[in-house]
Design a protein around this ligand. Structure first.
Ligand SMILES: Nc1ncnc2c1ncn2[C@@H]1O[C@H](COP(=O)(O)OP(=O)(O)OP(=O)(O)O)[C@@H](O)[C@H]1O
Ligand SMILES: [Mg+2]
Length: 267
């Protein structure tokens, strides 16, 4: 019998379908399609279903037959255990969804150790504000051709000519050059979205490395749909994590940890 796990988050619904032979089918839909997903579930009465995520209660309320649910963090951890192994040494897990949630995972237990409101939703909202774009793929593609030098202020910009006390390549202040420059003419949209991704990635990486340090850890596993086909964000997070002394890891199917964890819990 198939097991279906559904992680209905603030932006996207992630679905994991596990066949009896262990086959795994993964798909995503925007959260506005919650009622379509509920209707689809109505036609899958043959399967065992478990839902999770912030919108799971809404999904359950829309669905006729009784559906099991598990808490979001438990589902994410069950997915992590399945995909990364049960006995891996302790690590930090940072889920960059609409918002960002940071967890410590060790054999036999897990705890939420932090988070930040700067996440994938920030990437979408600020990019829309600055460019009018609303499509994730389009924003990411545009960011690939942008540069941040005219928007962000680096430590080396402030210390120009002098020896800085910290690496000059660190961002001293995201977006600060927009205040310091004489005019706001001719700032390419590509540069603005590249800088938004810089802001999100640097905040996520910095917060994660500090949280890891508090637990005496350095390995940080980054998951969540924000990284899906998003090399610019991965590049920023990778470089900033390393610069700050951490070891970044981006597992395959990182956006499906919660949905897979829910599917495993379907009874
Ligand atoms: N097709 C897409 N449409 C919209 N956003 C996308 C898409 N693909 C990737 N994203 C990015 O992924 C983010 C959502 O990630 P994810 O699906 O992990 O979060 P969520 O589970 O919906 O939210 P949360 O866990 O915070 O409730 C978006 O904010 C956006 O940055
Ligand atoms: Mg989520």
């Amino acid at each position: 019998m198939d097991k279906i796990g559904i992680d209905a988050g603030g932006t996207l619904i992630k679905i994991a379908c596990m066949g009896p032979e262990g086959g795994l089918e993964l798909r995503k839909a925007p959260v506005r399609e919650l009622s379509a997903i509920s209707a689809w579930l109505g036609g899958r009465r043959d399967a065992r279903v478990c839902v999770t995520g912030g919108k799971s209660a809404q999904l359950k309320a829309m669905t006729d037959e009784a559906v099991a649910d598990i808490p979001e963090f438990a589902a994410t951890m069950a997915g992590a255990e399945y995909l990364l192994g049960k006995d891996s040494p302790a690590y930090v897990l940072t889920n960059v969804g609409t918002g960002t949630s940071i967890h410590r995972v060790q054999p036999g237990g897990h705890a939420r150790i932090g988070g930040t409101g700067v996440g994938g939703g920030t990437l979408m909202g600020l990019s829309r504000l600055l460019t009018g774009l609303t499509d994730f793929e389009e924003i990411v593609k545009l960011a690939q051709s942008g540069t941040r030098g005219g928007v962000d202020l680096k430590v080396s910009d402030i210390y120009a000519g002098a020896e800085p006390p910290i690496p000059g390549d660190l961002t001293a202040s995201n977006f600060a050059k927009l205040f310091l420059r004489d005019d706001m003419d001719d700032i390419p949209k590509a540069d603005l979205v590249a800088s938004v991704i810089g802001l999100v990635g640097e905040t996520v990486a910095t917060t994660s490395v500090l949280a890891a340090g508090q637990s005496g850890l350095s390995s940080i596993v980054y998951i969540g749909s924000s990284f899906f086909r998003n090399e610019p964000l991965k590049d920023v997070v990778r470089a900033y994590t390393v610069l700050r002394g951490g070891t970044p890891i981006f597992p395959d199917n990182g956006e499906f940890f919660g949905a897979i964890g829910a599917a495993l819990s379907a009874k």
